[in-house]
Design a protein around this ligand. Sequence first.
Ligand SMILES: [Zn+2]
Ligand SMILES: [Zn+2]
Length: 145
Amino acid sequence: MTRTPQPLTVQAARDVLRGAKLRSTTSRVAVLQYLAAASKPLSHADVSEALVPEGYDKSTLYRCLVELADAGLLARLDAGDHAWRFELKGGEEEHGAEHPHFVCIDCGKVTCLPDVAVKISPQKKSTKMGEVTEVFLKGHCKECV
Ligand SMILES: [Zn+2]
Ligand SMILES: [Zn+2]
């Protein structure tokens, strides 16, 4: 029930950046590669924890995440705890940005649900809903049950 990690080579990461009209910097490449290898959405803290020891700057990493999200390469998710989580938008349907996410209300872990389709069909034309951009399911994860 997690996203399948698809490792990205440096060259592939550069191509992705070029495709989004972003200059390829080592930090951007590192962030893209790290998110590509992840099986769940990651926060700035998660990314920093992994990449700061490798010599990357914490605030530069944050800027990279925001720039990549603004360029449409990353999905930005808010699970309700005021910490943005980022994940690489996949080209293929199964890993696209449209899959729902599961949030554990005990430990706060966020999991991707690429295999779950959630369809919201209001009975009457709803005036309360603008545009639905994210679907979050809440509950207890396997470890917390
Ligand atoms: Zn949990
Ligand atoms: Zn996801």
